[in-house]
Write a protein that binds this ligand. Structure first.
Ligand SMILES: Cc1cc2nc3c(=O)[nH]c(=O)nc-3n(C[C@H](O)[C@H](O)[C@H](O)COP(=O)(O)OP(=O)(O)OC[C@H]3O[C@@H](n4cnc5c(N)ncnc54)[C@H](O)[C@@H]3O)c2cc1C
Length: 345
């Protein structure tokens, strides 16, 4: 019997894994509980493609961010995924962050007290997720929408658990209770762009990257995200006090900005309940289950690095030289897609 692969979850991570398996000639079926892909964390994030300049040396997350960069360049060009290569500015950046970037080999320059990171970019994360699925389908993958996996998928040899917020529940179906997921809410406000052409980054804290102000591929600017740990995996609401505070912070960062946002949205990061991050590996409880979970805050950036690591290093399936085919990106802002979806839910 040939090995058959099931991917549970059509976020950017599951879609990247399905695409990578399919492009390497493997039979793969992706199950997504919602009626479209990318409307979980993947469609409610900042859309920033990080260089990893401020990532911690020695962590799997950092290694996979760096591994993703050349893979993503080829994929976004080949698939026609919209990317704004705008670079970022960190105001009053401490010298340790500059040194960290140099150690990791990420190009940065100084502009007085500010650090410029030219490789930082933004994308439409739903366009990226959909393009990965379209490319997976082109290589024979089955994408099954509106199918919430409720069992341990006995018909498949390997199950890749990419279920984001619900990946702990999927693991439990295999008797694996080694990790739990707790949502960390991130809220945003969106304005028309008065002319901002680079990402404005705060100095990160050990817990979060802080509140960013950044241009989008759709001609808006976003300010966010907040970072609020929750118990409720269905609380996607923007708190009025968060909205007010984000408007204030956006106006402080961009003097002259009209304090009149056109939209506000929230995303839920799939964070490890006990601080776990990037839980990627074979389950100790089932030889059919491979967890790719707790991809909390950089999964959009690292998705192709994660997929390559899983396929090459954990499954032993080598890459093949295959071209990409362009996909028409969806129109309109991605946060409206996800919000529309929540209203229907
Ligand atoms: C506020 C915020 C800001 C962020 N900013 C950035 C950023 O700028 N750059 C960056 O790189 N990353 C960012 N991230 C992180 C990034 O969004 C996540 O790391 C990434 O989206 C995780 O992807 P995922 O595929 O693991 O999860 P998800 O996108 O949540 O996908 C999981 C999918 O699994 C499905 N699912 C669940 N259970 C089942 C089941 N039983 N059967 C079938 N399907 C199921 C869900 O419906 C969902 O579609 C941010 C996240 C948030 C929330």
């Amino acid at each position: 019997m040939p090995v058959s692969y099931a991917v549970v979850g059509g976020g950017v991570v599951g879609s990247a894994v399905a695409m990578t398996l399919a492009r390497r000639g493997c039979p793969v079926t992706l199950f997504e509980a919602e009626s479209e892909v990318g409307v979980g964390a993947s469609g409610t994030n900042s859309g920033v493609l990080h260089t990893g300049f401020d990532a911690k040396l020695g962590e799997l997350e950092t290694a996979l961010i760096l591994r993703a960069a050349p893979l993503r360049e080829r994929a976004v060009d080949g698939l026609g995924i919209p990317v704004l290569r705008c670079g970022a500015r960190m105001r009053n950046a401490p010298s340790e962050i500059e040194e960290n970037a140099r150690v990791l080999g990420v190009p940065v320059t100084r502009d007085g007290a500010d650090l410029l990171i030219p490789g930082e970019a933004v994308t439409n994360p739903i366009a990226m997720t959909r393009a990965f699925c379209a490319e997976a389908e082109r290589h024979g993958a089955l994408i099954r929408l509106g199918e919430a996996v409720q069992d341990d998928l006995p018909g498949f040899s390997v199950v890749l658990n990419c279920a984001g917020l619900c990946s702990d529940g999927v693991a439990r179906r295999f008797g694996d209770d080694s990790f739990a997921i707790r949502p960390r809410k991130g809220e945003f406000v969106v304005f028309q762009n008065p002319g901002l052409s680079e990402i404005l980054l705060p100095v990160p804290s050990p817990r979060t990257k802080g509140i960013l102000v950044f241009p989008t591929v759709t001609g808006h600017i976003c300010c966010g995200p907040t970072a609020l740990d929750l118990d409720d995996k269905s609380d996607w609401a923007v708190r009025p006090e968060a909205r007010a505070s984000l408007i204030e912070q956006a106006c402080a960062a961009l003097p002259g900005l009209e304090p009149a946002p056109v939209f506000a949205y929230a995303g839920l990061r799939p964070a490890g309940a006990n601080g776990e991050n990037y839980v990627i590996g074979w389950s100790a409880y089932s030889d059919r289950l491979l967890n790719i979970a707790a991809i909390r805050s950089t999964g959009l950036t690292a998705a192709l690095g994660i997929a390559d690591y899983v396929c090459t290093d954990l499954l032993g399936i080598d890459d093949r030289p295959v071209g990409y085919q362009r996909v028409d990106p969806p129109r309109g802002p991605w946060w409206l897609r996800a919000a529309h979806h929540r209203r229907l839910a």
